[in-house]
Design a protein around this ligand. Structure first.
Ligand SMILES: Nc1ncnc2c1ncn2[C@@H]1O[C@H](COP(=O)(O)OP(=O)(O)O)[C@@H](O)[C@H]1O
Ligand SMILES: O=C(OP(=O)(O)O)[C@H](O)COP(=O)(O)O
Length: 397
């Protein structure tokens, strides 16, 4: 369990509560195309409303780089949040975020009301964790709540700096839930514990591999990163994605897995294409036998079976990274097969955020997973065993 004070440990009646959420949602023409992060923030907001707090929400959105950019205003989030909450969320339009408008809006609040501040990254100090903006944010509130798991790997004013200038800084329910699920899976897993890693590059997952290899019973490596392992073992990989600087690393990991008695599963066959496109000609070949001019785009049918069988026997599964170029329908089969296998198992299934979370949701298996993280970078850093600054900054129990 997370050893941080939470919204259950404080009394917010009549108090101004600043809540840092991660409302960094995809927007197309002002329309929110994935509202999972808004839905995930509701339990904390509802609890604070029910307890009679004056709820002041804040978040970043995209990367406006310290300047007000109308297309990155949080105004559409206030509208959708009002609908989801069934209660008005007033938007404190203010290019300075904590300027005269926002201050006046906060002063006028009644108990149980909710307002949303403008995009914290309209201020250049935000991403530098500057003292002045941290103090301004702190001056708005009596109590600070951090529920922004997706941003917990950043040390910015609105999630870290602000905590230095408030007496009480606690975490919300989403933060608790994320850390409890990810933490339990990694540190106290019911066994067999299987980790599935995929995605494009070995280099971006090195620390995850190193942290998890000490903890798992089975490590499955698919996706673009598997071809570096295949080449290291002497296989022919054609024009597949490969990081030649990591060939020795791949061999070291294979050796380490063997020494530790960890089963490390690599693809035994691949779907290959003669072009990096959904119109490519395709064929299935054994791993290590990819002809020149062709590249590995997805895991093959025999690999699907091996990976899915490993998942079927598991009690805990953590998945980060797709098995192939799933954005192209022709090469989404492997990722879909793994998602389906996770949906069918009785194991505790945890999906690291980012592409794997998007894939699981798009394929319609979202409600079959035990937990889908709202943080891509944050869950990756957690799986690397790093302390997340946003969590560390909250008051200890
Ligand atoms: N065989 C492959 N060749 C090239 N790219 C791949 C391959 N398999 C997966 N990918 C790509 O990897 C990307 C995701 O990688 P990454 O960002 O590391 O994953 P995540 O976001 O889940 O952490 C996807 O865009 C996917 O198309
Ligand atoms: O969406 C986010 O990260 P993610 O895409 O890694 O999940 C977070 O809101 C952090 O955003 P940032 O990577 O611009 O600091």
């Amino acid at each position: 369990m997370l050893n941080k004070k939470s919204v259950d440990d404080i009394n917010v009646k009549g108090k101004k509560v600043l809540v840092r959420c991660d409302f960094n949602v995809p927007l197309i023409d002002g329309k929110i195309t994935d509202e999972n992060r808004l839905v995930a923030a509701l339990p904390t907001i509802k609890k604070l409303i029910a307890d009679g707090g004056k709820v002041i929400l804040c978040s970043h959105l995209g990367k406006p780089k310290g300047e007000p950019k109308p297309e990155l205003s949080l105004a559409p989030v206030a509208v959708r949040l009002s609908e989801l909450l069934g209660q008005e969320v007033k938007f404190a339009a203010d290019p300075e975020v904590v300027g005269a408008n926002a201050k006046a809006a906060v002063e006028a609040m009644k108990d149980g009301e909710v307002i949303l501040l403008e995009n914290t990254r309209y201020r250049a100090e935000e991403t530098k964790n500057g003292e002045a903006f941290s103090k301004e944010l702190a001056s708005l509130c009596d109590v600070f709540v951090n529920d922004a798991f997706g941003t917990a790997h950043r040390a910015h004013c609105s999630n870290v700096g602000v905590t230095e200038f408030v007496d009480t800084a606690v975490v919300g329910y989403l933060m608790q839930k994320e850390i409890d699920f990810l933490g339990n899976a990694v540190n106290n897993p019911e066994r067999p514990f299987v980790a599935i890693l995929g995605g494009a590059k070995v280099s971006s997952k090195i620390s995850v591999i190193e942290n998890l290899i000490d903890k798992v019973d089975t490590l499955i490596i698919g996706g673009g990163m598997s071809y570096t392992f295949c080449k290291a073992l002497g296989g022919k990989i054609g024009t597949s994605l490969c990081e030649d600087d990591y060939l020795q690393y791949a061999l070291d990991m294979l050796k380490k897995a063997e020494e530790k008695g960890v089963k490390l599963l690599l693809p035994v066959d691949n779907i290959i294409g003669d072009d990096f496109s959904n119109d490519a000609n395709t064929q299935v070949v054994k791993s290590g036998e990819i002809p020149e001019g062709w590249e590995g785009m997805d895991i093959g049918p025999d690999t699907e079976k091996i990976f899915c069988d490993a998942v079927a026997d598991a009690k805990t599964v953590v998945w980060n990274g797709p098995m192939g170029c799933f954005e192209m329908p022709k090469f989404a089969h492997g990722t879909e097969a793994v998602a389906k296998a996770l949906a069918q198992t009785d194991a505790t299934t945890i999906i690291g955020g980012g592409d794997s979370a998007a894939a699981v949701n798009q394929l319609g298996y979202g409600d079959k997973m035990t937990h889908i993280s709202t943080g891509g970078g944050a869950s990756l850093e957690f799986l690397e065993g790093k302390e997340l600054p946003g969590v560390a900054a909250a008051n200890n129990k």
